[in-house]
Design a protein around this ligand. Structure first.
Ligand SMILES: [Zn+2]
Length: 312
């Protein structure tokens, strides 16, 4: 049997799945322990994998490989984590291939999480049948990945297509946590919301003033009720995402652009605005570029790395 293990390391949760013949046959989610080191966390993940395998009556020799999606820049040839902005301080020093070999005697494939999600959408979701795709995830940060003529864009330093969230869209913006100025992500993402809200004019008069944890779902709801600050933030962010997406379209010329991520639970408030902005402001093409929501919302990353395992 050819069973691939898929692991999608997220900012708040790690998703684990077993994939057989393109189908997810078992899955689990655990809390991503941000204080911990990655090796300890992977130990925890491996125990869950073993439990899922026991549940399904599977053995180590049923496994074809393990695919790991990581939220940062990774070297997907040497299977090393390169990113400086990692929560797990030991991550870049780990020999992940050796870890998989020691644990299950199987090969390991490593890929950036946005690229993994893009592959999942391409093969099994919203991007099916389109070989020129851009994926944007709107969430804690803004993730992007690009497929051109059926090939993942990676580049010399494995960054190509991944830094769409760190394109400057505001000349007068603040310094992003990446060091750049006025990034799409530092203009419009969940991590920047608290700061944006507290420093806004009209904060005291807004219903947002009393709220501890603010997310976009709440912003959209309050904006609907006419809360001035919520309206301001909603419109600012919709414009920022639209302009970012227009730049991605100009850079990569996709036939389809897929938008995923947690903020897309408000997709009815988001998609029509972005589609209108793109039609109005993007460089004209003969055909419209389809801007569509992600389909494999939960498990695109796991399906994507499993696809890579099968390709190897
Ligand atoms: Zn940035």
């Amino acid at each position: 049997m050819d069973i691939a293990i898929g692991i999608d390391l997220g900012g708040t949760r790690t998703k684990i799945g077993l994939v057989k013949d393109d189908h997810l046959i078992a899955h689990a989610k655990i809390k991503a322990v941000t204080e911990s080191n990655l090796l300890d966390h992977l130990g925890e993940v491996a125990e869950i994998v073993d439990q899922l395998m026991a549940q399904e009556g599977l053995h180590t020799n049923d496994l074809s490989g393990v695919g790991l999606a990581f939220p940062g820049i990774v070297d997907s040839q040497r299977m090393k984590i390169l990113s400086r902005y990692v929560k797990y301080t030991d991550a870049h020093a780990l020999d992940l291939k050796q870890w998989a070999k020691d644990r299950w005697k199987i090969p390991l494939v490593l890929e950036n999480d946005a690229r993994a999600a893009l592959l999942g959408e391409w093969q099994y979701g919203a991007g099916k049948g389109s070989d020129n795709l851009v994926l944007v995830t709107l969430g804690t940060g803004v993730g992007t990945a690009v497929l051109i003529e059926g090939k993942l864009l990676r580049g010399k330093h494995f960054m190509a297509g991944n830094l769409g969230g760190h394109m400057t869209i505001n000349l007068h913006g603040s310094v992003c946590n990446c060091g750049n100025i006025g990034c799409l992500e530092s203009e419009a993402s969940t991590w920047v919301l608290p700061h944006q809200i507290e420093n806004a004019a009209g904060y005291a008069q807004s219903q947002l003033a009393g709220e501890k944890e603010v997310n976009f779902h709440r912003i959209f709801a309050l904006a609907q009720q006419g809360d001035d600050l919520a309206v301001h933030i909603r419109d600012h962010c919709l414009k920022a995402w639209s302009l970012g997406i227009i730049s991605l379209i100009h850079a990569y010329d996709p036939e389809k652009l897929v938008i995923g991520g947690g903020i897309m639970q408000s997709k009815d408030d988001i998609l029509p605005v972005i589609q209108t902005m793109v039609r109005k402001h993007a460089w004209a093409t003969e055909e419209n570029i389809a801007i569509v929501p992600a389909v494999q919302v939960e498990f695109a990353g796991i399906l994507g790395v499993s696809y890579l395992v099968n390709q190897h």
